[in-house]
Design a protein around this ligand. Sequence first.
Ligand code: URA
Length: 425
Amino acid sequence: MARHLQWKNLVIDQILRTKRDGHALSTSQIDSFVAGVVSGSVSRPQAASLLACIFIRGMNDAESIALTRAMTDSGPKLSWPGIDGPFVDKHSTGGVGDKVSLVLAPLWAELGIRVPMISGRGLGHTGGTLDKLEAIPGYRCDLDDEALHRVLREVGCFISGQTAALAPADRILYALRNETQTVECIPLIVASILSKKLAEGLDRLVLDVKVGTGAFMKTVGDARTLAEAMVRVGNGSGVSTRALLTDMSQPTGEACGNAIEVMEAVDCLQGRGPADLRALTLALCDHPDAERVLDSGAAFERFARMARAQGGDLTRLTAETKRWELRAESDGFVTRCDAWNIGRAAFVAGAGRLRAEDPVDPAVGVMVHHKVGDHVSRGEPLATLWHRDRAVDEARRELLLAFAVSEVAPARVPLLIGTVEPTAG
Ligand code: URA
């Protein structure tokens, strides 16, 4: 075996033994591992083995910061020469009906903040921002670096997909984590999410960490642990990072699908729409003029400009489907409006996908008419399934499970559960 290959094997052997035995990896060990994953000199079994060791042994903050930086730097970072910042983005850990990015990006842009938003597709019961935007006929989510730069310069924001060059280590490691049951591991999640965000060339990042049945994190404790780790690693990587913990026990807003979520985002951008969507957007925006700008309609104009610059024609946005209504069987208060079941109903009707390469149906979804705490009369619609005859029985079953009505009024569910700010020092 050539000498340099022998040396490389010794390095990866030592890295594996270090983490296997519960010790911290050095920054240079982490750099060698990530570089080797991308070049192919670290084999897939070796990489999978280290992921399993990290899953079991964990990582301290210094290791997490080093892993995030190495993954960020595994491809060229985006940069914005000739455009004045600040450059700011938001990341949500994902939920049902979460169309906040569609409102927040143009709102921030209208407030003079530049938003280079690289977003993802939906998997399972949660929707993806790109799938929603692609419900706008012609909207392109595959902009190259030159187009990203042009749209950011001309409009002040873009929402597009990950380019092949952006944080390539994450693509390889995420696929391996899916194959090896090592996804649910805080340092690996933090590095995966933040490497893609930090490669956008940001000054500031706001995280929306969702909690509840429809979220990745089901308990406040788990969500806080993830949020605190992301805030420490984000700030430790030189990007001012804060997090909100927000409710995902029921959907955000009323629309859960693709085209219907864009329509609801447009309402919100024009100062209308559901109160919770508006409140969440304003909390994440964190700007004294945000309400005034939303109400003025200027953020909507900005959104329309972004859509046009990315090839989309908002005037052709439609969702023509059959409808089925779930109606309350008695008078009373809604005590359950479950994000997981509602997300599942939209998913089985075709709004979501199981594998990244599967298509989604832009038109179908669920429109929620009442949330927890609302009073309803017998026969009043609780939700409407927008469908095209796909898996209708299963979607109806999910909607039946999603709702409960009782004579006793429940406590209202708070939307904002907490915040995680950077610690001084
Ligand atoms: N989303 C990501 O991008 N990475 C993870 O590890 C989990 C969620």
